[in-house]
Design a protein around this ligand. Sequence first.
Ligand SMILES: Cc1cc2nc3c(=O)[nH]c(=O)nc-3n(C[C@H](O)[C@H](O)[C@H](O)COP(=O)(O)OP(=O)(O)OC[C@H]3O[C@@H](n4cnc5c(N)ncnc54)[C@H](O)[C@@H]3O)c2cc1C
Ligand SMILES: C[S@@+](CC[C@H](N)C(=O)[O-])C[C@H]1O[C@@H](n2cnc3c(N)ncnc32)[C@H](O)[C@@H]1O
Length: 595
Amino acid sequence: METPRSEQFDDIYFAVENGLEESRYVFLEQNHLPAAFVGKSRFTICETGFGTGLNFLCAWSLFEEHAVSDQQLTYVSFEKYPLSASDISKYLNHWSSEFGGRLERLIDVYPMRIGGWHKIRVSPQVTLLLIFDDVNRALPQLDEPVDCWFLDGHAPAKNPDMWSESLFHEMGRLSLDGASVATFTAAGFVRRGLEAAGFEVSKVKGYGHKRDMIVGVFKGSTLSRHLVSFPRKVAVIGGGIAGTSLSYILGQRGVDVDLFDPQGLGKGASGNERGLFNPRFTALKGNESDFYSPAFQHSRRIFEDISKDHDIGYEACGSLHLVIDEAKRKRMNGFLEHWGWHDQHAYFMDQDKVREMSGIRINHDALFLPDAGLVSPLKIVKVLGRTANLIEEKVLSVIADGSGWIVNGRSYDAVVFSCAVHVIGFEELNWLPVSNVRGQVSLIEVPELFQNLSRNLCYGGYCSKPYQEGNSGDSLERMVVGSTFQPWLQDASVREDDHADVLEKLSHVVESFNPNDAKIIGARVGFRCASKDRVPIIGRVPQANNLYVSVAHGSHGLTCAVMGAEILAAQMTGEVQAVPRNVLSYVDPKRFLPA
Ligand SMILES: Cc1cc2nc3c(=O)[nH]c(=O)nc-3n(C[C@H](O)[C@H](O)[C@H](O)COP(=O)(O)OP(=O)(O)OC[C@H]3O[C@@H](n4cnc5c(N)ncnc54)[C@H](O)[C@@H]3O)c2cc1C
Ligand SMILES: C[S@@+](CC[C@H](N)C(=O)[O-])C[C@H]1O[C@@H](n2cnc3c(N)ncnc32)[C@H](O)[C@@H]1O
């Protein structure tokens, strides 16, 4: 058996002979678990240094062995240098029987190694918020009251940066009264840091041959868990990807949802036969990376899960983002440098490799995202929307009724506007600066040249890999080529000029492709809803109770809108948020509130 060792810190994660026992002694026993779970409907553990997830597996197992059915465990953990799922499996496999199937479940749901927050419901009672970032950067963005701290993270002498004053200060900010802490170290400055933050600290016997370790109890906190009155019945206005993904997530939490759309599901922008799912790149780490990385991981996970039982045209075929100019190269380089994506999930390739991979003569280098792909928005909304009660009516007004609302004569605890640009028809949100951006996609028969294309191509426009659509009898292989971007047009009819535009754009990156040879077999026009700052609008409607909005998902609705649903569901139910605080402000409708 190999002892896992950190390259960055030249230190072991745990000892193979007794790591499991040490984890149970130091973190569970010295934090008085499971006794501390008793009587708490929600219990939150926060850990520095996820590593192999050994502590998490121990805590998760212990919780489920002792919790009653209405208790929930939230486990927040930070990791700056994530291990791969296969390494975790390799390191923990010899203890797998101790965890009753949980190790296998962890491996199955373990996120891509891309920087950012990853919220995962590992079981009906346990949620893991795994944050791939430096704990000192990410902890100030957390708003989850904590009952118990596992202070791990390599010996202070080997990793002095982590054990910072800011860490102890943040622990003080987030600790509930009586919150406990345990750590394997007995270093004096850790003790002093915890005391300064408000913990009463003592030394106890360390594990095995170790003399001492530190434990503490937080005293005098005025923090209390924010108890949200869980909505029982919710009206969602708009049956596109934003509205149906929210219906789906709320349905999983037992909320009764009425979904209003006069046209049924997927008749707006979300009705395309195929769309690409990708993050939106920027050169720097910041709000965009903090939003789009988790959004990409999260939506991909949902598509993958659903595709196990339904045909939603999902293919994680990868996308080649062609470097069409120097500005793009700069942005992609910045992305690779700053976003914290492991090179397993994003890497550059030169044009020779691009040709080899695409099977086409393309004269551009590319950034390759192997986990990006293709999915049918129309099919997804139909599956996601099934969990709701569909009401094919146009909503004309939303009328306040005590703490709830009346929508088309029916009463609700909460209402969500996911009706794209039509949101400005409602008095509560008529000040939002949103507008339509027309887009047309063309469906073409697969030209000879593209027969072997196995990835999507993105170049400002996009072209999917060939896919099969239709029933086996009349199914036809085709490609989608898109899309126009016409904020100035409101014409919903298909335009011949637009076919010519998208095909010509494709011929600029695939020079041997002659647009005149393409056989058009279909097209679709839609209207993306865009905000003035090109950032989605997700959150509580200002100055109103129990009203929410999720619109302006622009050209990346397949990633943004699904994440928007997760954000709103957490706001409605009081669960731990899936994104950091800075992202909540970034997407908050309040930013547009008239002064
Ligand atoms: C041509 C084109 C290509 C695109 N390609 C991609 C792509 O490849 N990848 C990607 O990620 N994104 C893509 N997008 C963007 C993506 O499609 C959108 O961001 C996404 O569909 C928006 O979803 P939505 O639910 O917010 O809006 P919509 O799907 O437009 O849904 C809004 C719904 O609200 C309903 N509604 C309006 N008013 C009312 C009312 N008063 N009462 C009840 N219901 C109401 C409407 O009927 C509509 O069904 C593309 C968009 C277009 C136009
Ligand atoms: C001793 S290991 C933790 C073992 C782990 N708890 C387990 O159950 O396997 C310490 C972990 O902390 C991580 N780490 C160190 N400094 C960090 C920081 N500043 N922010 C986040 N994680 C950090 C390391 O990469 C390493 O995975």
